[in-house]
Design a protein around this ligand. Structure first.
Ligand code: MOS
Length: 757
């Protein structure tokens, strides 16, 4: 029985956070620090024709004004090499390298000054003349082309068009999801400091190694010369996974002024300069038999990418991508087309692809259920699949039936009226809706170091990240479990390129990646401690072997005789050393890594075989809404979220992640939308007053359940990620509940009051 894993252990970093001692990137100070503030382009397409910085240069406190004329020449990013090393690229646009402008609010100059206020003031004094060309901004009107992304390659299984055309029952609809922005509490911020040829950066990033790799490239220094630290992150949701121009801009400002330089983006800048979830227009075709079996599914997405000269690494919202594995279906088409728009590059945003994709697919499934007069849960059970319908691989572990059946029972789904407009509560029409949730179960290579000190404390080090999600806590729990020491003896260090390399925090992969890695390191350390102990002839372990001992109560003990053992202190003292450590690499795909911090090879039994199994997490989400038709307001009254995400490492942090995900989904369904001004191609929603993130008053009671079924084919501890799947089924469940309440099918998210008119 696990002693620590799975338990609702309090966050080990909780006290640091609530007392303000957890330091975020912008909270570090350096002696002699200067402040940078970028100047943004007022046009969305064209060129800087002339730039006059004379007045800004003379303003109080200004150290320098960087423009394309005097900026450091940065080395262009080597795309192939960066992809090989797992760095996440998006827009290949380094700051101030020429006069070209691809989107509104692109950086065109940067003030560096003694104080933040001086830099911000001087930024107003830079005079710019533009040569403007008409920006492309309208997703509907611009021509659609193929994306350069290999992920966007069309998928055809069987004969989807023919099968649709001959299907007895057809649903053919267009669904739209608006552009969204991430808006984490912590703004994008960094402090860059050069010492000679060495660069240290405190950076609000989801990937310290990725950031290091790209900074080293752009400044043409060996990557060992760059250190990136991101110990605490105040939310990220994908926007801090990409390498934005802010990073080299800070490095450049520091290099030129020979001062440590801090950049903190304003909230309007975060809306403009650090990506967004690209809008999607999705055509869904479902063909089915009269008894509800899907015979064809076509999902054709139109979305946008940044209109850059260099499109080699473009990012698009892959709405049809993984939603393909939701149901068994013999004929499938997945197509993505893109419009090249003068907007800042779209970027991953919590469940990129799956969240808007399931809004479309799961709304369409509800339409099909209504058409067929089959209960929506029943329709999903009729089309339940045991293998991915595209690659035909069986799922590594799928307990979605439990989510549907138990979720429905706990929610009281049987009370739902199948005809709309049947339930009233005062002025509110009340309805129930549900949807399937789905997200891949990714896992990546990772290295970790575990050290036992003679005072009984343990250090665990790995350059994975905690975005506010609980990584510190589950790492401590895992080390506690396998070393047999209490959680409060474990000191965890994360997100620093000086530590063993681990994964970028994206794709909900951190738990499945890091946890087995910590386990493997603890196992290696157990062997090492045993070897150390048995070197001593008077050891109680003389004549025993490794299988006879276990780690517990701060030492190594015989399994057969619970009283016989030696504490870490005794073992280390006898060996005349202060500490003992192991650094272990776990590589799920079994490839050899050339990274020096990937220090050893993974044991064969720890391979997640992606050629044999399809790794996905699943869930069912149920909601009750009230709709006031007079004023078009929707209130979410109840949410029940039931997920199959492998073994849950910590009941408390996983539950909190589910709360966050459900709230994210409520935002997509009802409130979140970034509007461009069609004339200027600039966002008009630039702050949290214009861009509506759900607040407490928008959020009802949320009930959360997990199947807690370990997925040992994914990794030896059976965990899969939680952070993204919990957001994926919420928006369609709300749209479906609105239909059940009102009889109105609204196919555009967010479902704002105007759409009821
Ligand atoms: Mo997440 S959107 O995979 O950073």
């Amino acid at each position: 029985m696990a002693k620590f894993i799975g338990k609702p252990v309090d966050r080990v970093d909780g006290r640091l956070k609530v007392t303000g001692q957890a330091k975020y990137a912008a909270e570090y100070t350096h002696k002699n620090m200067a402040y940078a503030f970028p100047v943004l382009s007022k046009i969305a397409s064209g060129e800087v024709a002339a730039i006059d910085a004379a007045e800004a240069e003379k303003a109080p406190g200004v150290l320098t004004v960087l423009t394309h004329k005097n900026a450091l020449r940065l080395q262009p990013i080597d795309v192939d090499q960066s992809i090989k090393t797992g760095s996440l690229l998006g827009e290949l646009l380094l700051p101030l390298q020429d006069t070209k402008i691809f989107y509104a609010n692109q950086y065109i100059a940067c003030i560096v000054a003694e104080t933040y206020e001086q830099a911000r003031y001087a930024a107003l004094l830079v005079k710019v003349k533009y040569k403007e060309t008409k920006p492309a901004i309208d997703l509907e009107k611009e021509p659609k082309v193929d994306s350069t992304s290999p992920r966007a390659k069309q998928v055809i299984v069987g004969t989807p068009v023919e099968a649709f055309n001959s299907a007895p029952v057809k649903i053919e609809q267009v669904y739209k999801v608006a552009t969204e922005n991430h808006h984490p509490m912590e703004p994008h911020s960094l402090i860059a400091a050069w010492e000679g040829e060495k660069l240290t950066v405190y950076n609000a990033t989801q990937g310290v190694h990725s950031s290091r790799h790209l900074l080293a490239q752009t400044f043409n220094v060996p990557k060992e010369n760059v250190r990136v630290i991101a110990s605490f992150i105040g939310g990220a949701f994908g926007t801090k996974a990409m390498f934005w121009a802010t990073e080299p801009l800070a490095g450049m400002a520091a290099r030129v002024t020979k001062r440590p330089v801090k950049i903190v983006l304003t909230r309007p800048m975060m809306q403009h300069c650090t990506g967004n979830r690209g809008a999607t227009r999705q055509s869904v075709y479902l063909g089915a038999t009269r008894d509800g079996k899907l015979v064809s599914r076509r999902h054709i997405t139109e979305t946008c990418v940044a209109r850059l000269d260099d499109r080699r690494t473009e990012y698009l919202e892959l709405a049809g991508g993984n939603t393909s594995s939701t149901y068994a279906c013999p004929n499938i088409e997945i197509t993505h087309k893109v419009a090249l728009l003068n907007v800042n590059s779209p970027t991953p945003m919590r469940a990129p692809g799956e969240a808007p994709g399931l809004f479309a697919l799961e709304s369409a499934m509800d339409e099909l259920a209504f058409e067929l007069k089959i209960d929506p849960v029943q329709l999903r059970l009729i089309n339940y699949g045991e293998a991915n319908p595209i690659n035909k691989l069986p799922y590594s572990s799928k307990h979605l039936k439990e989510c549907y059946e138990q979720g429905a029972a706990k929610f009281g789904w049987s009370l739902r009226k199948s005809e709309p407009r049947q339930t009233r509560d005062g002025e509110w029409l009340v309805g129930y809706g549900m949807a399937t949730a789905l997200y891949p179960g990714y896992r990546s290579p990772s290295a970790a170091r575990v050290r036992v000190n003679s005072d009984g404390t343990v250090s665990v080090q790995t350059a994975a990240h905690d975005l506010g999600t609980g990584t510190y806590t589950i790492v401590a729990q895992t080390a506690a479990e396998f070393l047999g020491v209490p959680v409060n003896k474990i000191k965890v260090a994360l997100a620093d390129t000086d530590l063993p390399q681990s994964t970028l925090a994206g794709g909900s992969r951190t738990a499945a990646t890091v946890i087995p890695n910590i386990q493997a390191a603890c196992e290696a350390l157990r062997k090492k401690l045993f070897e150390l102990a048995t070197k001593n002839n008077s050891s109680v372990f003389s004549g025993k072997n490794i299988a006879d001992v276990e780690l517990r109560d701060g030492g190594l003990f015989l399994k057969s005789d619970t009283n016989k053992g030696e504490t870490f202190e005794t073992i280390l003292k006898a060996a005349k050393i202060d500490s003992v450590e192991e650094c272990v690499t776990v590589n799920p795909e079994g490839q050899k890594s050339n990274e020096p911090c990937f220090v050893s090879e993974i044991p064969a039994e720890q391979n997640a075989d992606t050629k044999k199994w399809d790794f996905h997490s699943f869930g069912a989400q149920f909601v009750e809404v009230g709709v006031n038709e007079q004023i078009g307001i929707v209130r979410v009254r109840r949410v029940l979220s039931y997920h199959d995400c492998g073994r849950i490492m910590n009941k408390k942090t996983a539950r909190s992640q589910a709360f966050g995900g459900v709230i994210f989904g409520i935002g997509m369904a009802l409130t979140e939308e970034s509007h461009y001004d069609p004339r200027s191609a600039r966002f008009v929603t630039r702050n949290l007053a214009d861009y509506h993130v759900p607040v407490n008053a928008d959020v009802p009671e949320i009930e959360v359940y997990f199947t807690n079924q370990p997925d040992y084919k994914n990794n030896p501890l059976g965990a899969r990620g939680v952070g993204e799947i919990v957001a994926t089924g919420v928006a369609p469940a709300i749209a479906n509940a609105i239909f059940n309440a009102t009889g109105k099918r609204i196919r555009e998210a967010p479902i704002t009051p105007d759409k009821f008119l």
